[in-house]
Design a protein around this ligand. Sequence first.
Ligand code: NDP
Length: 769
Amino acid sequence: MPTVPEALTLMDYGPAPESTDHAMEWLKGRSFGHFINGKFTTASESFATNSPASGVELVQVAQGSDSDVDSAVKAARKAAPGWAALSGHMRARYLYALARLIQKRERLFAVLESLDNGKPIRESRDIDVPLAVRHFYHHAGWAELLADEFPGYRPHGVCGQIIPWNFPLLMLAWKIAPALAAGNTIVLKPAEQTPLTALLFAELCIEAGLPKGVVNIVTGDGRSGAALVAHPGVDKIAFTGSTDIGRTIRRATAGSDKALTLELGGKSPFIVFAEADLDAAVEGVVDAIWFNQGEVCCAGSRILVQESIAETFTNRLKTRMKTLRVGDPLDKSTDIGAVIDDTQLQRIRGIVDQAVAQGAVLHQALAPNGPGSFCAPGLLTDLGAANIAMTEEIFGPIVTLMTFRTPAEAVELANNTRYGLAASVWSENITTALDIAASVKAGIVWINGTNIFDANAPFGGMRDSGFGREGAREGMLAYLTFDAATGGTRKPVAALSGLPDGASGDAVDRTRKLYIGGAQKRPDGGYSYAVPGAQVPMGNRKDIRNAVEAAEKAGKWSGVTGHNRAQVLYFLAENLNARAAEFAAQVGEAETQAAIARAFYWAAWADKYDGRVHSTQGAHVTLAMKEPFGVMGVICPEEAPLLGFVSTVLPAIAMGNRVVAVPSQSNPVAALDFYQVLDTSDVPGGVVNIVTGPRGELADTLAKHDGVAALWAFADPAICENAKTQSASNLKPVWAETHLRDWSGAAGQAREFLQRAVQVKTIWVPYGA
Ligand code: NDP
């Protein structure tokens, strides 16, 4: 026993264990079935869920078979009309009741979560559970306000939701609360390692009197997830997990009309400038990568530190790292608990070993040897940009550190990743911090902070981090659909047979040209095809690639003000009006007049579809900025050759995108002649590029192209399916509409066009002197 003076010098922590009695009592003697149609089933096949900290089995849970998934989807389908027909107020009452019930069992949820996942009780108690409660309260509000705030929208129907093991209850709340608020019913599959808090939540659904079948929970491994994705009775899939499985799901849903949102991995930069508060930034690293054992999709896993302060910062960080306590998750003074299982531990070690073999230097603290899967916090230095630890998501408590000299270099390094989930910027200079926030490719940027979440702050990524947002008004949109179906399914267009240039028999070459980079261009293949009254160019892959390159070069358009874009679009509308007679001769008076009106309409929106400031946590301004994607592909509708072109291309450029447009295949003349309007309207070269030809092939090239950040396809089912399948390689969002739309009416200028032309970047700006 140390004397008091000795104890003061040691300042060691004594054990401070949280009792597990209540949770063990809840588990005692049980084995769980699925929660389907308001009750628990009897499992026909089971597996164990273990404590990552001890390796000991906690309880047996059911392995979901295809038939279990089928029963759950059927229950959800049956419940869907009744749930959607309830008033928003009634749905709000249920969500509110669920929030209250979780709150009443906060401690049980927190202890179960730490037992099942291995995360420190401090985090499950102070972060996961309160945030889950916050999500149910917040979305009770959206249910109440739905009809007022989202007129014209309806729920998708049945949502299949698949969640990972790193934040089991929180991810459940992020998925279930908005889906229920919007009027959807649910089949949720928790990760096989962490089903317990979802099963406790199922009990609360019974207690809250939630109508049967509204929430169904099927436990099991990836096979149950795959069955849910494949089920024809599911209308929307929401997935959080690894990028690889995200791609698999993108491909698996391509042939259906299932809506899809993907929240995937990350390799988020943590950028520290010389003028940053260094002690705060060191604490920031603790929250960025040593929170939740580093098993966080938005973890700040790549530190980029300005060269002039790199040594000081690194030394302070190493000192701080040594003070972190790794051990029993149920001990209230533990900083880092156990990683989810031995497979994950071996995966982390494997990447670290490879990183070191590739030249990195590892600085690591200590961790218990086990039993249980413990990983000591670590810092990798002396790495090259191509080191495996710089490119792969480690999903463990290991961070890399690199230096930069200038802000431009910081941005270049930050964006040197295939991911785009989050970024953290540390600087006391507001101009620098906001400039970097605007320049990094990430869905969430924290200034002088990290890993701050709120139900009213949109969360989600770009690039290989997926698409769609969760939380806030923006997240509600992921669970709603704007019903613009007005007709049948689009029919495939006949295959084209082209003629070499000059073979049309015409002495004078009247073949129209492609429009690329602000100039008329002959098609690369030198072929054209005949349409009524004209020969039109037969574009190919190479033409699409040239058009994308031209669009990439026109990046300035994305940076000009909305007012500037509005001016250009008004001028364009005026010029279209001046040529009305020429266009009317091609597509008729009514379509021409509608197209002119539509051009004015999108011009009006160019400076008005702006972002929001969300009310989130104290002492923060949380901005939800609407950013253009960059280069977009648009497969224009086959019908309404001028109006369909104007209705799709103009909202995309009004929001700051540059477009490669593939007009109607069978009737492209009006769109090709539109170049004259573009030329005379100060639309910079490369902002709109027009490539005609076989739309299936051109859509395929656009879908595969890494330079195209988003794709719209108003096309037949085969083209849409292929576009979605091919997009899996770079995970661009694809808006594929296989049904006909009435372009002349309100559906032709729906808000959806603006919504789908932007991605939301959430920027957290702290204040307080
Ligand atoms: P997965 O992406 O495999 O798992 C996420 C969820 O998807 C789980 O519920 C899983 O079920 C389910 N699933 C697995 N396969 C399919 C499928 N074919 N169709 C539908 N659902 C499926 O992540 P892992 O748990 O396997 O972790 C692997 C790696 O992924 C980690 O090492 C980490 O790097 C990364 N990861 C990233 C996350 C993020 O949020 N960015 C979250 C989790 C992991 P099951 O429980 O059986 O696996």
